[in-house]
Design a protein around this ligand. Sequence first.
Ligand code: ADP
Length: 374
Amino acid sequence: MASIQLNNVRKVYRDGAAYVAVDGASFTVADGELMVLVGPSGSGKSTLLRMIAGLESITGGDLHIGERRVNDVAPRDRDIAMVFQSYALYPHMSVRQNLGFALKLAKRPKSEIEQRVKTASCVLGLDPILDRKPRQLSGGQRQRVALGRAIVRDPAVFLFDEPLSNLDAKLRVQMRAEISALHRRLGATMVYVTHDQVEAMTLGDRIVVLHEGKIQQIGAPLHLYDHPANRFVAGFIGSPAMNFFEGTMEGAEFVAAGGALRLPVGPVWTDRLRAYAGTPVTLGIRPEALYAARGRPADAQVAPGAFTVEGLEPLGNEIFVHARAGEHAVTARVTPQPLPAPGEPLELGFDLGRLHFFDRETEQSLAPAPAPVE
Ligand code: ADP
């Protein structure tokens, strides 16, 4: 096993105009850690992973795997194994042969190949299907064989590039749990790329959030959820997404643009935002920190007469309420209860302990920086 260290790693593509795909990435993946790289399409996460794999050249900066600087080391000499979204199994070979093929190519002794295939097969529950061909397997089984091929190589580092995005939703949840269990069992260093924030939250020891080639924040999943460093991370992590209101502070009140919402923000935020009086700020609040009448904590702050219901989504265990205050749309996630019909007014309570504020210009969080969880 090994750690991975990136120090100001850059990638500039030069087909035609130069394009900065990864802009100065620095972080360390600890030995045995599962680090998830997450971001929207085009944010540079595959490029970053491919640089770690050696499939893409590094324009600038240093990449270490273990003690060794590997910028110019060929992929096969980096002691890594990669699992892709496409399984790329050899169709004419059995599962057993697919699993052992890389070791056979490396001219390992037959007994060692058998032993390693046996171990991987046991870890992944492949024993009953070892003699089948890939076409006789389900999507989940194929992905498990692809995982097995990585395991038999016993690499220092596992790299995953959106390995589950071809699977249906139910299977994805199941495979996610299996990869998580595999990580615990092998204690292996893993880097996992996904655009799916739920996958990132449930799999990662820590998460690197990327946007437009730049690292936005690095931290444990719940740390990112509770303490987003900027508006991008706040909006990207969490589903339904955090609600945002553009506006300004007027004394102890946040006043949303257009004046449809006036919210007293409580003494803590009033104090903290004193320097921002008259300056545009963005208020953020997660759907579950908004309350309809039932279940509302006594200290939740109601913005009187502000909201009109636009639509209700009863999910059985909870209701998503879509409402509006002037130009501002909001989604609240409330416990099942009778609610006003669309078009009728709704009083929503804001949990003042769970407000977020962002500088409108820089989009950085205005909360005092919590101790970093690295
Ligand atoms: P992600 O994996 O987050 O979707 P990528 O790392 O694939 O993002 O791509 C990051 C950016 O780099 C994108 O804007 C993409 O168009 C660009 N890019 C990727 N590969 C190449 C290439 N070979 N040449 C030029 N630009 C590329």
